[in-house]
Design a protein around this ligand. Structure first.
Ligand SMILES: C/C(NCc1cnc(C)nc1N)=C(/S)[C@H](O)COP(=O)(O)OP(=O)(O)O
Length: 558
């Protein structure tokens, strides 16, 4: 039984649970795109450019578990590199497939378009090797199935992007048909002796502690076991905090939830709770400079148990040979049961009083109205900028999710990522919070939201510039040309479309715009929120000065 290389790839993408793949056409991938359409397991969705294509795939992968994208050689793939870097840094398995030169051109001395103008076509794969967990350059149809399977299997296991390069003359070449998908999906069994030893050492750690707290970090997205965390918290009877990049990873209506731990910009009570505990179970944490507020919020290693994707470190010993999911699942049933120390839940952030309808729109009022829009079936995508700080202070009902990109932090990511999330989870409400500066990098993807009739509610925070940068280190470079953001939607609708562009300068206008957005179910609604530049969250100001201080440390004199 045979198929073609392109249809083998297409069948595998469908078998691992994708319903869509993202693409931008180019002459090195047109036949491959035809093969994907012919096999039909996944719907082909187009992006305005390859960077946005990659960001959309990452957003899709966050909601769906994995994603795929198809670009053309060099001019396409090199544009996508920033997005693949994001998927790598944020632990999202994106399969990036690039068309490539005809196999007869290799070694021929031919100079080809869309290349560096020499006869070495290997540079693209070399670049991808640094930001993927597997890089497969297909040069024969016979070997293509092994290479495609290896790339997909490794991406799913490592929770990282993988790269596949398919020459334009092999996409429709015959190759063997795929076998069962189980070989790509099965997780290695835990090494039981190692897991038992890790649990035993964890028990010793817990018995020696009076005050235990769970700290959930963003690498837990890759664990696939977020739904087990409440059972673990119940077993340990401890309070739970999350790091800013893991906002929404633990249900905030759970009695043990105590807010976001972010050093001195934590939600009220969370910093004291974590830093006074003598047993902190850190699950998938990322302690980078932003998360530690410029290296100021650091925990005592004596008091921490570190559970990460590579293994467990506790009481000065490292345990590997099992996944973090297998560890948490076992711990939730075998940890020494501890009496609940969780007090009655309280609002983790002070309530914001509603502003009068005629009042000038403020950041606080905007955040308050957005929070009121979030229900248990909502995904809030928050862009780098003050949107991070507005998202972190939201009170989330159980089931609500927040998606942010706090490790990679490439502005513009959120617009395509929100599109990807909306395609992956059409039954959820999708809200996007994005600043004017970030929006200008990837704005055209809103046209694709119009095209695919995705009812994303976009809060475009127009504070006239790069405010987070202004707070870190000001200069003329932080000020941008203003756009008529609401007016853009008419351009994106063109002959047809259900996009809606609205502008809010007062609390009442915002409330009315939100009602219109909720009723617009056949396209995106962009609400331009007009704010004073100086009107940002207090936490941004506090955090920005500390990060600026870290950035400006003098070089060490040896
Ligand atoms: C310019 C930059 N970061 C530098 C940067 C530059 N280029 C890329 C791709 N990614 C980056 N993070 C950042 S965070 C701006 O303040 C974003 O401005 P905006 O979207 O308007 O948000 P705020 O006003 O809330 O800051």
């Amino acid at each position: 039984m045979t198929t073609t290389v392109g249809q083998y790839l297409s069948a595998r993408l469908g078998q691992i649970g994708l319903k869509h793949h993202f693409a931008v056409a180019g002459d090195f991938n047109l036949v491959l795109l035809d093969e994907l359409l012919a096999e039909g397991s996944t719907r082909q969705v187009y992006s305005c450019n390859e960077l946005n294509c990659g960001y959309s795939a990452e957003g899709y992968g966050r909601a769906n578990g994995a994603a795929a994208m198809v670009v053309t050689f060099s001019v396409g793939a090199l544009s996508a590199i920033n997005a693949i870097g994001s998927a790598y840094a944020e632990n999202v398995p994106v399969i990036i497939v690039s068309g490539a030169p005809n196999t007869n051109d290799h070694g021929s001395g031919h100079l080809l378009h869309h290349t560096l103008g020499n006869t070495d076509y290997g540079y693209q794969a070399e670049m991808m090797r640094h930001i993927t967990c597997a890089t497969e350059v297909v040069l024969s149809a016979a070997n293509a199935p092994h290479q495609i399977d290896n790339a997909i299997r490794t991406a799913l296991r490592e929770r990282k992007p993988a790269y596949i390069e398919i020459p334009c003359n092999l996409a429709n070449a015959a190759c063997p048909a795929p076998g069962p998908v189980d070989s790509l999906l099965s997780e290695p069994a835990a090494d039981q002796a190692s897991l038992d030893a890790a649990l035993e050492e964890t028990g010793r750690f817990l018995y020696a502690r009076d005050k235990v707290v769970l700290l959930v970090g963003s690498r837990m997205r890759a664990s696939g076991i977020l739904d087990l965390l409440p059972a673990l918290a119940d077993r340990l009877g401890c309070a739970v905090t999350v790091m800013a990049a893991a906002k929404g990873f633990f249900p905030e209506d759970h009695p043990a939830y105590r807010g976001v731990y972010w050093g001195e910009v934590s939600t009220p009570g969370a910093q004291e709770l974590v830093e006074s505990a003598d047993g902190i179970l850190c699950l998938g944490p990322v302690f980078n400079d932003y998360a530690t507020v410029g290296w100021r919020a650091t925990l005592n290693p004596e008091n921490t148990l570190l559970a990460d994707l590579q293994g467990i470190t506790v009481n000065g010993r490292v345990f590997t040979g099992f996944s973090i999911g297998q560890y948490v699942e076992a711990l939730a049933v075998r940890a020494p049961r501890r009496a609940s120390s969780a007090e009655t839940p309280r609002r983790s952030v002070p309530a914001i009083p509603p502003a009068a309808r005629g009042a000038r729109l403020s950041n606080d009022e905007m955040a308050r109205q957005i929070n009121a829009l979030i229900d248990g079936n909502t995904t809030l995508t928050a862009e780098t900028g003050d949107s991070w700080f507005n998202a972190v202070r939201m009170e989330l009902p159980g089931g609500a999710r927040v998606e942010s990109e706090m490790q990679w932090g490439s502005i513009g990511w959120s617009v395509p990522a929100a599109l990807g999330g909306a395609l992956a989870a059409p039954d959820r409400r999708h809200i996007l919070m994005v600043g004017d500066g970030s929006f200008q990098l990837t704005a055209q993807e809103v046209a694709q939201m119009v095209r695919y009739e995705l009812p994303v509610i976009i809060f475009l925070v127009n504070n006239r510039g790069y405010v987070i940068e202004i707070k870190i280190h000001d200069g003329p470079y932080n000020y941008i040309k203003n756009w008529d953001y609401a007016g853009l939607i008419a351009a994106f609708n063109a002959e047809d479309g259900h996009g809606l562009g609205l502008r809010a300068t007062t609390a009442g206008e915002l409330a009315a715009a939100i009602e219109q957005a909720k009723a617009n179910t056949r396209g995106p609604t962009l609400i331009e929120c007009d704010l004073d530049r100086a009107d940002c969250t207090e936490t941004l100001v506090k955090w920005g000065t500390k990060v600026a201080a870290a950035n400006s440390r003098a070089p060490k004199v040896n």
